[in-house]
Ligand binder design. Sequence first.
Ligand code: NAP
Length: 312
Amino acid sequence: MKGVYKLAVVGVGKIARDQHLPAIAAQPGFELVACASRNASVEGVRNYQDIGALLAAEPSIDAVSLCAPPQVRYAQALAALDAGKHVMLEKPPGASVSEVEALHDIARSRDCTLFASWHSRAASAVVPARAWLASKDAGAIRSVEVRWKEDVRRWHPGQQWIWEPGGLGVFDPGINALSIVTRILPHEVALRAATLTMPSDTSTPIAAELDCVATNGAAVRAVFDWRHGPVEEWDIDVETDAGRLSMREGGKRLTIAGKAIDLGAEREYPALYEHFHALIETKTSDVDVRPLRLVADAFLTGRRVETEPFGR
Ligand code: NAP
């Protein structure tokens, strides 16, 4: 650790309180000095109603972390980059791929760091899984199966934005699986077909199936479902010449060819803030849109099947 950067958090809701604030408090490379949220405030720092007021009143902040829903990410990030701040984006990094690409260009032109974070990529199983799949030990990858299923009423109570355009619906958790798959496979993944199950009263899907192919020809199939419970399934299985690699619990557990791998303690968000700090120190950005691009392709090519109203 070298510099200590003054940081502000924008959008103080579930993920900011559950993960960002504790991770920042434990990270000596950042000092939380302010927050901006329309209805919430954080004790011990200066609070503002929105990012405009924050940026006007706090010229000395170095960086902002954007934790509001994706539909407002672009405008907030643009304001921060225009003010010369380094920016960390919660996942998904935007409501569209073009927004994120534009932000990346602007960050480059302003010499600011842009970090499009994917918290699931910091799950403890990801590094060893990626290393094994890239090694000769694994041999060829034959197929990939993703099952990402949970009860939306348990995990997103009262959240209306997930059902609105840009809210991604079941892809809001599903994109976490895609962020892992695009990280651990030594091949690119292309979408070939998708089915989106749409409640008649929402703009986003409650379930989806994706048929993809890796550039080595392996089938990559993902099933996302929000009508599942009470126990969630956040599983990825990769079949290889040398046996099956299985991730469970969103990357907290890993088995390779029948052997359970010892993983360190889970520290997704602390790892994200360490990485953001390192990016600022090295004047670089980290923007990988591939998970969002697969979701965009599913909306582009997917067959829609209407289902009963969700009743929100
Ligand atoms: P949330 O609690 O519904 O929203 C976060 C906060 O953003 C809200 O409390 C609200 O605060 C502000 N906000 C909402 N709509 C806004 C708008 N239109 N304009 C400006 N601010 C608005 O959502 P969340 O669960 O924290 O999710 C936020 C992001 O984190 C999403 O992209 C999600 O995918 C990601 N994420 C969530 C989780 C999770 O477990 N929940 C896990 C990982 C990542 P004010 O009303 O005070 O402005």
